[in-house]
Design a protein around this ligand. Sequence first.
Ligand SMILES: *Cc1c(COP(=O)(O)O)cnc(C)c1O
Length: 451
Amino acid sequence: MVISCKQASGALSAARVRELTELDRACVWHPFTQEATAPPPIPIVSGRGAWLQAADGRRFLDMISSWWLCVHGHAQPVIAEAIARQARELEQVIFAGFTHEPAVRLAQRLTRLLPEGLTRVFFSDNGSTSVEVALKMAIQYHRNRGEKRFRIGVLEGGYHGDTVGAMSVGRSSGFFDVFGDYLFQVDTFAFPATWEADDGVEVREAEVLAAVDRYLSEHGSALAAMIVEPLVQGASGMRMCRPVFLQELARRVRLVGGLVIFDEVMTGFGRTGALFASEKAGVVPDIICLSKGLTGGFMPMAVTVCSQMLYEAFLGDTFDRALAHGHSFTANPLGCAAALASLDLFETGEPLRRCKVLEDIHRERLQELCHHPRVIKPRCTGVIAALNVVAAGQGGYTAVVGQKFKQFFLDRGFLIRPLGDVIYLLPPYCLTGEELHSAWDVIVEALNVVE
Ligand SMILES: *Cc1c(COP(=O)(O)O)cnc(C)c1O
């Protein structure tokens, strides 16, 4: 059922590859890319399991699930078939005043799988919009109840997407300084990142919680919500924190009447070893955001799921109490069909079993690396493993060393894309143990030779 087939369909002629590359250069603008200096993008023709087939005949092992999306690997046949079937029945219908079975079934199944109390599903189409929806829900919830709460709390390094609200709550990630003047104010607290054999974490957590306490005693009654990437901050470098910290943070926020928003756009669907990080953290948030793995990476779709109490605050006689938000593609039936098929795969238990196998290999290999002179802060949560590389020059997302490592990996057939000086793996569940070992081998090789 879960495939790890290495044969993907065919390469193109050298002339077609050249034509594609030139056309791309002429008309396409790529995301998060300095187009003036980046090497030309690599045309891909197909994917099977963890493997990508390039047009020029090369193959790449996708060790980051293509930006964290393809949780079951590429072209998973059960999901592909479900989308094809749905496309022949109903490809799209307006979702205001109308509904359809794939959306209703998906909402029901998600609410059963999510931590108890998260009962209402609002659909949108990407991670950023799921965060915008969560923020608007939180703000209007208090307003509908006649409370003046305008403050939003965030953790330093959090990344929540690229739309204006999402940039505002993610401004400390450092990606959005150009737009600083246009972003709204948030209140930022340090993130007590931790790693293997870290003996300072309790002190750091206590310091953050003390700062939160001081802040809440002054501004608690104005706090609308705190938004958090639970257990793992993705884009800021796979930074990990402990469940106990999230429990203590959530408790404090709730005590003053604030809402807890968990952005599980990346951590959802098994990445941390549990179906949702909330489960593993032992916290039920008031609002949860899901996207990336929701459709197994096949279709752009997201959901924002909230508690019944929150939903009920939007009921009333007038439209101004309603959530005035919606996207053209809300609850797209193809996305819903893909998500339902992906949940079928999860319900076999196989993805989470594979996740455990991969996690054990991660730990074994990190253990070997923890005394390597260039490795600091080795860490692992579920299928996510990361380490920081010691290198000359500047650290952070723009660290040059990351570019060099990325090229080294590509030259050897691996899609591993460091976040600056952080090397991480976030593979699809269909990856074999042997394939994962080969990725760790190439990382070790890179650590020994790439300056
Ligand atoms: C990727 C990501 C987003 C943004 O999702 P998009 O689909 O890229 O808009 C939001 N939050 C987290 C935690 C993410 O990893």
